[in-house]
Design a binder for this molecule. Sequence first.
Ligand code: NAD
Ligand code: G6P
Ligand code: MN
Length: 440
Amino acid sequence: MKKFNLTIVGGGSTWTPGLLQSLCKMKDRFPLKKLVLYDIDEERQKPIGEFAKILFSEEYEGLEFSYTTKVEEAYKDVDFVFIQMRTGGLKMREKDEKIPLSLGVLGQETCGPGGFAYGMRSIKDMVNTINDIRKYSKDAWILNYTNPAAIVAEALRRIFPDDKRILNICDQPVNLLRSYGRLLNMNPNEFEPVYFGLNHFGWFTHLYDKNGNDLVPKIKEIILETGFKPVDAEQRDKSWLDTYAIVRDMLVDFPDYLPNTYLQYYYYPDYKVAHLNPNYTRANEVMDGREKRVFEECRKVVEKGTSKGSSLVHNDAHSEYIIELAESIAFNKHKIFIVIVENNGIISNIPDDAMVEVAAVVTSNGPRPLAVGKIPTFYKGLIENQLAYEKLTVDAYFEGSYQKALQALTLNRTIVSAKKAREVLDALIEANKGYWPELK
Ligand code: NAD
Ligand code: G6P
Ligand code: MN
């Protein structure tokens, strides 16, 4: 069986140890010859790299493993690159969430003004990273989780229009699929989804079982009757449980399709603002929770000299999704994944150059998206509004345009008032000095 060389960018990410464990678990499906962790921050990289050395010595025979902060070592002779970086780190995420909330509008990592701020930070590092990779490995498949995925995908589409081996993905659709599996007591690997939208802004219209029966009506019925929980509810922080619970409200208001959890920030921005704590946001929960636990556990493994019995917190869906996607590319599996691709008629009544999130058959030549066709006016209207916000955000970045940034935030459903948009924008410009281009 062919073996591959993989590099993980954001080697110091809180998601990396879980991903490494899944790579061990799935070594017969997506076998690796060489694995490199790359990060710009040696202090985050090292504890995870040292943990990985022990893990692989016990669980991955023959794997050549290293970790580095040097691009040449990271990207030379590599077949796949997985990216999960966060420009500015969780400390900047905290600002993305708290600054808007302090001004009375939604503060969220990827949605609304927080997502705008994060997008304006991510673009430069992502473009530089793709250039670095292509310098050393022009044919490597680049699978990217870096958020905000909608903004990153649009920016990369513009800068690398002919590069067909960059694929942006999100784990929330698969988190939802697995959660539907729990609800129905069925194996989610057998589901065939029909999904449309933008990243963190989409809907499942159908979900077929292996006999072709649509499970969506049953799922709606159960959620309306008993509520909704994530598949891994027992490991989730309270804010995520609240997020899933609101899916029921969304179904009451708009029963057509099963909504992505992120739509609640756009349907109910006032409710979310009223219920989020402006002094302790999700970033705090992550820094006090997952980040602490991951780094402590890695240190413990290194101290003990064995990974046996270690209880790393990790999200299986997140890790397995990206590895299964790589497997489908590597071995031409023709499996269906929900991915972010250029529209080009997939959703026939929205623009061709939108980066949409849809189901696609994934082969060794990449994703072959499945047609969605025309979508109804309500969904089309929501998507066009959000798409204009996304396009204007990326315009604002590349043109260094304050005006475009103001237009973007005014269009965003979480703000609406232009005066408020200006106030939030000015505060975010101040907080993001050194990360954003100067907006004139
Ligand atoms: P984190 O801050 O804990 O980890 C990010 C790591 O990236 C850090 O170690 C940091 O030093 C490193 N980094 C920053 N800039 C870099 C650069 N230019 N090159 C290489 N490394 C760099 O953040 P996290 O919470 O673990 O999340 C990591 C990323 O994964 C974020 O972008 C997050 O939004 C994303 N994510 C996306 C999805 C999805 O559905 N698309 C799901 C989960 C996580
Ligand atoms: C989901 C989303 C990701 C996001 C993550 C945040 O998985 O799809 O895009 O990065 O949630 O999770 P966190 O635990 O960091 O709040
Ligand atoms: Mn996501």
